[in-house]
Design a protein around this ligand. Structure first.
Ligand SMILES: [Zn+2]
Length: 94
């Protein structure tokens, strides 16, 4: 296996450039690139294995979906939630 060295140029996704660009390795942990620097904008960041982070649009969509789910639960789940929440009735006859 080719050992990675500081200064090696590898591909990675740059959040500033919003695309895969050449990156120099600036930090190595256990033979793997830990931090890289974009050769286009010189932005340092953790090596992300060329994976684009979720975009703000995707995060917003996920948040909206989660909110919609909560709203739906609150709207039509109130009664069933109550009955589900109280499955046992303590009847203590002494
Ligand atoms: Zn960049």
């Amino acid at each position: 296996m080719h050992e990675k060295r500081l200064g090696d140029v590898i591909d990675d996704f740059c959040v500033k450039c919003r695309r895969v660009t050449n990156h120099s390795i600036v930090s190595i942990i256990e033979q793997e690139a830990a931090k890289v620097r974009c050769r286009t904008c010189y932005h340092d960041h953790d090596y992300r294995h060329e994976q684009a982070p979720p975009s703000k649009k995707e995060l917003k969509k996920a948040e909206a979906e989660a909110q919609a789910l909560r709203d739906a639960e609150n709207a039509n789940g109130t009664q069933s939630a109550v009955t589900e929440a109280v499955p046992e009735v303590d009847v203590e006859i002494t």
